[in-house]
Design a protein around this ligand. Structure first.
Ligand SMILES: [Zn+2]
Length: 311
């Protein structure tokens, strides 16, 4: 259901974005544009979430204008509903970065609806190379928690920007190199957790959100798959499944609970309370960037939070 405040938030997001962009440029914009697309020299980028939007911005720097459709940390991206503002942004996009894997299908639907046939569409799940229909289970579409995928997407973004703006290609490549080096540090810090005293510990999740990160740290997800799927899909958790999930904490099968702050309800709150009562460490995770964070600072926080929880 779309609440009136939702579209207001979206509008505010766009207005803030325009302000931010104006604040960043050396010469203040004089055209009074609010959508950032009237400056023909810049590549117009639309990302479905501010995670991909920030990664695009790290590479594109001043040569691009990027708008992210979902930036509100309080919003569940799985239940995002697009409106006319989104369609407008997409109609003007030169490059679209979407997550894929069923996460943000509305992007391509709207792109077609907006009659934008020229935009280059980068789909992170496609770029990841992951099997999108694995024989066992489902693809975990939260691929921005997978550092190798993030580097692959950054490389595709760099190639695309370089094609559209060859004069700035050297800058894009240098930016990608710096970004990639920082991602390598995160990956190394995560891999280092495999050799710690908590190596191979069990973990619980409310949603598959951070699983790539947790498994890169050598941790084993013990959550009944029926539980995390029900939470992600917004369906009811069967009583037996709930019982099994709660037992992870009372029996201390897990050393941490990764709790998705963006998809909460009575069932996840019950799980959170059980983990707290059992003294299990809680690692809060989100699907989009918390306010004031970049992808790199956010992921650094996430890796640090996992490391701290395992101490
Ligand atoms: Zn999710």
């Amino acid at each position: 259901m779309r609440l009136p405040s939702h579209s207001a938030n979206l509008l505010t997001g766009f207005a803030l974005l325009a302000l931010t962009l104006a604040g960043c440029s050396a010469t203040p914009s004089t055209d009074g544009a609010t959508d950032g697309t009237t400056d023909g020299a810049k590549i117009a980028v639309v990302a479905s979430t501010n995670v991909w939007g920030d990664i695009a911005a790290q590479i594109g720097g001043d040569a691009i204008n990027v708008s992210s459709l979902i930036s509100d940390p309080a919003q569940d991206p799985h239940s995002f509903e697009a409106d006319a503002q989104v369609q407008l942004a997409l109609s003007k996009a030169d490059v679209v970065v979407e997550n894929g894997g069923g996460y943000d299908d509305y992007v391509e639907t709207l792109l077609r609806g907006a009659d934008n046939t020229t935009a280059t569409v980068l789909n992170a799940v496609d770029i990841s190379g992951f099997d999108q229909e694995p024989a066992t289970g489902e693809l975990n579409e939260h691929v921005w928690y997978d550092f190798p995928t993030v580097k692959k997407v950054a490389a595709e973004i760099t190639k695309t920007f370089s094609k559209l703006d060859p004069a700035n290609s050297d800058t894009f490549i240098a930016n990608e190199k710096a970004f990639g080096a920082a991602v390598d540090v995160l990956a190394a810090d995560t891999a280092a957790l495999k050799t710690g005293s908590a190596a191979g510990s069990g973990v619980a999740i409310t949603e598959p959100v951070p699983l790539y990160l947790l498994s890169a740290a050598g941790l084993i997800n013990k959550t009944p798959v029926e539980f995390s799927e029900a939470i992600e899909e917004g369906t009811d958790v069967a009583p037996t499944v709930m019982q099994k999930t709660l037992a992870l904490f009372s029996e201390k099968t897990v050393s941490l609970l990764a709790y998705n702050e963006q998809t909460t309800g009575p069932e996840t709150e019950k799980v959170l309370a059980a983990a707290k009562a059992a003294g299990i460490a809680i690692v809060s995770v989100t699907e989009t960037l918390p306010n004031g964070k970049s992808y790199l600072s956010w992921m650094t926080d996430n890796v640090d939070a996992v490391a701290t929880a395992l101490k």
